[in-house]
Ligand binder design. Structure first.
Ligand code: GAR
Length: 191
């Protein structure tokens, strides 16, 4: 089983996944990092760790379909079997998801379906909800929708500032995403 990580930003989850792969906690090969942003720090982390990486920035005149056709071609060329989104901030569409049916998962920093979108942690904190957490789910073509695989909740009252909450959420992500990825690839291997 060969997988790719897609990231647009900092890449701390990518690094946590990479560490788990190196510790043999994920029984699949991490083929490459893919980013839609050349400035993504995830790309730097890939370079620092000798992980192959690909960058494809969407041109404004390009349609989503054209962009994803290139992306599918690239992933198939690299013999990627499944994809793990880790802070990938572009919504995947039908072209990509048809090529990888039920083979893409995502992590989100809230208890979905609450607070989808870019600011899951801040939105929950500002709303003053009692509980928040993380969600890992199968990806469909909505914004942070698709069948939920895993959730971990925490009480927000334990965190006085947004920064403290963010730190805890990221800690949970780094702990649980590799474990869920392992379950995900193992299940695919039995198909
Ligand atoms: C993570 O908190 C992830 O859950 C979130 O982006 C962050 C990426 O951090 N994803 C979403 O909000 C998806 N809607 P990282 O680049 O340090 O891994």
């Amino acid at each position: 089983m060969r997988f790719a990580v897609f990231a647009s930003g900092n890449g701390s989850n990518f690094e946590a996944i990479l560490k788990a792969v190196k510790r043999n906690e994920i029984s699949a090969e991490l083929v490459c990092l893919f980013s839609d942003k050349s400035t993504s720090y995830a790309v730097q982390r890939a370079k620092d760790n000798g992980v192959p990486y690909f960058i494809l920035e969407k041109e404004s005149k390009q349609t989503k379909e054209e962009y994803e056709t290139k992306l599918v071609y690239l992933m198939k060329k690299e013999k990627v079997d499944c994809v793990v989104l880790a802070g990938y901030m572009r919504i995947l569409g039908k072209t990509f998801l048809t090529a990888y049916p039920n083979r893409v998962i995502n992590i989100h920093p809230s208890l979905l379906p609450n607070f989808p979108g870019k600011y899951g942690i801040k939105d929950a904190f500002d709303r003053g909800v009692k509980k928040t957490g993380i969600t890992i789910h199968q990806v469909d073509d909505g914004i942070d929708t698709g069948p939920i695989i895993f959730q971990k909740e925490i009480e927000t009252k334990d965190f006085k500032t947004l920064e403290e909450l963010e730190e805890k959420i990221h800690e949970l992500e780094h702990k649980y995403y590799p474990i869920v990825i392992e379950e995900f690839v193992r299940e695919l291997m039995t198909e």
